[in-house]
Design a protein around this ligand. Structure first.
Ligand code: 1CP
Length: 347
């Protein structure tokens, strides 16, 4: 059993164990990335994005860069949610300027070419990255491992690309439910193994990204999002007691069901979340994280400062981690990021 020593000296783990801090711990989704020159320099050495993610020294370096520059309370492993389809045998490429391209899984025959069994094993370079990052982080900083949630990863696998419109996956579920259920079962299994291996290598907390949880009817959300992620959490907990954060982006009122029934230690909020409602309804059940609009950090100034202060004030006295409601975009000025950290710390 891998233990997270009930929070120890890490403020972020303290929050995930239900203990509010006098100032909220802080980190940012996509805190490693193109908005940092030092990231672009390392990225330029790699022709392929997947190959970059699977090079432990460089992945560890870019994981640590934002911590060195801004001193956030947590590092998030540098990897991508599409490493799992790659490791299951799907052809995944990242095309410059266009995002990910996958060979779409749209038939039972294509599904037969995929396998969950060895997927986590094939991602062993990621666990080496985890070990390198943990060794390079101060004891009071948390290392967050992560994976995509099964439905979100299935959406990319079925659509074949990054898209603003995940309807192909939803329609396939209505047309061929068993096929999508089989794919989901493979993803649950591979993802649980992958997260357990990250925890065993030294990740202090784990996050499941359900970036395509929006727009699903309640019964579909419950099956494909809530239940699938709870099943992963159950499997992870058989082997470790590392806390788990879940991000059901765009789930709206269904956030309440996730908070009450979900058994996750942390729940990440998107930018639309009504914060007073979240404090009253979700907070008694789960530690909360996030909500800041990443575009405020692009613009900076008074609007950004007021939004950050509002979050700090609203969640004063309850377990809360300051973060974005979605990832930084490449246009984000690093000086605005530094200013958010300063405001939150009360410097
Ligand atoms: O070189 C580059 O800058 C490529 C951009 C990039 C980066 C920095 C991609 C391609 N992935 C990543 C790293 C990454 N991805 C991390 C670790 C770094 C960090 O957060 O600091 C994480 C946690 C992810 C997770 C991820 N990848 C998600 C879930 C979170 C979210 O943004 O909703 C998703 C949906 C992806 C898919 C993905 N990977 C990359 C892109 C451009 C996309 C989105 C494609 C699309 O739908 O349009």
């Amino acid at each position: 059993m891998v233990s997270s020593v009930s929070g120890g000296s890490q403020p972020l783990l303290q929050v995930l164990h239900g203990h509010p801090q006098s100032r909220p711990p802080i980190w940012f989704m996509r805190q490693a990335g193109r908005y940092l020159k030092e990231y672009r320099d390392v990225r330029a050495r790699h022709p392929g994005f997947i190959e970059f993610c699977l090079t432990p020294e460089d992945a560890a370096e870019v994981t640590l860069q934002p911590i060195r520059r801004f001193g956030m309370d947590a590092a998030i492993l540098f990897a991508d949610i599409l490493l799992i389809p790659h490791a299951m045998g799907q052809n995944v490429r990242f095309v410059k300027g266009e995002g990910p391209k996958l060979e779409p899984v749209v038939s039972a025959d294509l599904m037969k070419t995929l396998s969950a069994d060895k997927a986590a094993e094939r991602l062993s370079p990621v666990y080496e990255t985890v070990r390198l990052v943990r060794a390079g982080l101060d004891d009071d900083k948390t290392l967050i491992g992560f994976a995509g949630s099964p439905w979100t990863v299935a959406t990319y696998m079925i659509n074949g690309q990054g898209t603003k419109d995940p309807s192909a996956a939803r329609q396939l579920f209505y047309r061929e439910p068993q096929m999508v259920r089989d794919l989901m079962a493979m993803l649950v299994s591979a993802t649980a193994d992958y997260l357990i291996a990250q925890a065993e290598a030294g990740a202090d907390a784990l996050k499941l990204f359900d970036s395509w949880a929006a727009g699903l009817p309640e019964n579909v959300f419950r099956e494909l999002c809530l239940e699938a992620n709870m099943e992963i959490a159950r499997r992870v907990r058989e082997k470790t007691d590392v806390p788990i954060l879940y991000f059901p982006k765009g789930a709206g009122a269904l956030y309440e069901a996730v908070a009450i029934e979900g058994s996750f230690e942390g729940l990440a909020m998107d930018t639309q979340m009504p914060m007073e409602w979240a404090k009253k309804t979700l907070s008694p059940h789960v530690a909360l994280q996030g909500g800041l609009d990443p575009l405020l950090v692009v613009e900076g100034g008074k609007a950004m400062r007021e939004a950050v202060e509002y979050l700090v004030k609203t969640f004063d006295g309850v377990p809360y981690i300051l973060n974005l409601g979605h990832g930084f975009v490449p246009e984000t000025p690093p000086e605005h990021v530094a200013e958010v950290v300063k405001i939150v710390r009360g410097d």
